[in-house]
Design a protein around this ligand. Structure first.
Ligand code: CU1
Length: 517
């Protein structure tokens, strides 16, 4: 075999370089984001007006399921793993990730997982139609081929996540530059370290859930089948023991990103660094003991409902501490509003709205009304889209000049921000009204009184969707022909910006790894 670096496609297939692997993760997640977004456009087109228009109800259910699965596991999670690969070694002064070959493997099994999932679209039974939460017995009695492929896909995806997490933990705990103590680590590294532990804790639980499904379908067990002595509610307990921490797996790295951007554009250090670390850790801990707040309607004993209600509301405390710290960082700072900062501020405002509606749905007696309505859909899209996707976009605008040494078109990027900010709110704010008025989620059709807000929501979705194509255009144009930047290739020293910054985050001093003794 020839020596020296591989060329062409081989460079990407065999790469052990954390930057290359980060780039692969980011492009893969963006491709999945466009695919999941396409499914969302199908959903909103069908719901544009009452009556059946463009898809059959069975296919509509497949679209809602695939949209959720692709967005959660294909778009958002890999995007933040990509950011981790790119930034963590540079932030802690490590030459690469601790386990570079496993890093390559954890990326390259992902496309196979999603090829398995996507192949079900062309199977006789069709794609999964049981929602991204795949409750048994709905999922265990669906077309077995589809479900078996789905289960295998989930297993591969879980293996990828666990390998990625082991890598991050090994890197952060062993490869920090001299002087980079844990309490000096940049917040993005802290949030990812904690997230990696969450992943290692809950991914095996998800694997257990789908393995029990596999046994029920193929090997005659009855874990979730009441007729054989099993219990369908068991599925919900196991699933949400994974599913609730999963929400924080998605959002904690987003918190980390925001904790970098706001100090930079406020020209102040992050307010309350250590309280940020402890808040992140307590959110992670609490995320393990609140799972049944998704199950207030299954007939829990009242004591259980009260416990899960109050435990859930506790999470508002560390989360509010974080919002307080971000706002305090901005307070009396000399703010400027470049694109990453616009997305970061939008994150704080919109995520807080999602947090408030989260407290609303956490209140068990109220949740009897909200459960399975569009109010819940509105709530978690404020958390997932305005939370995770906005911060991921902010991160790309913030770090792209560092990654490729070229600047994007700031005017177009600001335009893209405003289109997506307005489009997002037109899409999802009316869904609060629809849910409160009683519109259930996951149906292809609805009663006439819901027509107006559904039309508004669909128009907003098309606006938001097109803003993502503009985002792709801006990024590709920046990479191919953006203005070259002089060193250092970061926002802090970017050419054409009239300000310079006393760097708030310690990682800039570690961009060049010091000699390892
Ligand atoms: Cu939850």
């Amino acid at each position: 075999m020839a020596h020296g670096p591989a060329k062409g496609i081989g460079r990407w297939l065999f790469t052990t370089n954390h930057k290359d692997i980060g780039t692969l993760y980011l492009w893969f997640s963006f491709a999945m984001f466009l695919l999941g977004g396409f499914f969302a456009m199908v959903i909103r087109a069908e719901l544009f007006e009452p009556g059946m228009q463009i898809v059959r109800p069975e296919f509509f259910n497949q679209m809602t399921t695939m949209h959720g699965l692709v967005m959660v596991f294909g778009a958002i999670m890999p995007a933040f793993v990509g950011l981790a690969n790119w930034m963590i070694p540079m932030m802690i002064g490590a030459p690469d990730m601790a386990l570079p070959r496993m890093n390559n493997l954890s990326f390259w099994i992902l496309p196979f997982a999603f090829a398995l999932l996507a192949s079900t679209l062309f199977m006789e039974g069709g794609a999964p139609n049981f929602g991204w939460t795949f409750y048994a017995p709905l999922s265990t009695t669906y077309a077995p081929d589809t479900v078996n492929y789905f289960i295998f896909g989930v297993h591969i995806m879980g293996a990828s996540s666990i390998m990625g997490s082991i890598n991050i933990i090994a890197t952060v705990l062993n490869m920090r530059a001299p002087g980079m103590t844990l309490m000096k680590m940049p917040m993005f590294v802290w949030t990812w370290l904690i997230t990696a532990f969450l992943l290692i804790a809950v991914m095996p639980v998800l694997a257990g859930a789908v393995t029990m499904m596999l046994m029920d379908i193929n090997f005659g067990t009855s874990f979730f089948d009441a007729a054989g002595g099993g219990d369908p509610v068991l599925f919900q307990h196991v699933f949400w023991f994974f599913g609730h921490p999963e929400v924080y797996i998605i959002i904690l790295p987003a918190f980390g990103v925001i904790s970098h951007i706001i100090p930079t554009f406020s020209r102040k250090p992050l307010f309350g660094y250590s309280s940020m670390v402890y808040a992140t850790a307590s959110i992670a801990f609490l995320s393990f003991i609140v799972w049944a707040h998704h199950m207030f309607m299954v007939g829990m004993p009242i004591g259980g409902e009260l416990y899960f209600m109050y435990a859930t509301m506790l999470i508002a405390i560390p989360t509010a501490a974080k919002v307080f710290n971000w706002v305090s960082t901005m307070f009396r700072g000399s703010l400027t509003f470049e694109t990453p900062m616009l997305f970061a501020i939008a994150f704080v405002i919109l995520f807080t709205i999602g947090g408030f509606t989260g407290v609303m749905v956490a209140i068990a007696p109220s949740d009897v009304q909200y459960h399975d309505s569009y109010f819940v859909v509105a709530h978690f899209h404020y958390v997932m889209v305005a939370g995770a996707v906005f911060s991921g976009t902010a991160a790309v605008y913030y770090w792209l000049p560092k990654w490729c040494g070229r600047m994007y078109d700031e005017t177009m990027a600001k335009l893209q921000f405003w289109i997506s900010f307005i489009g997002f709110n037109i899409t999802f704010f009316p869904q609060h009204f629809l849910g409160l008025a009683g519109m259930p989620r996951r149906y292809a059709d609805y009663a006439l009184q819901f027509s107006d807000w559904n039309m508004v929501s669909s128009i907003g979705a098309f606006i938001y969707g097109s803003s993502q194509l503009l985002f792709m255009f801006i990024v590709i144009r920046a990479i191919r022909s953006g203005k070259q930047l002089s060193e250092p290739k970061t926002w802090e020293g970017a050419e054409g910006l009239e300000w310079t910054v006393a760097t708030p985050a310690p990682y800039h001093t570690f961009t060049t790894p010091p000699e390892v003794k």
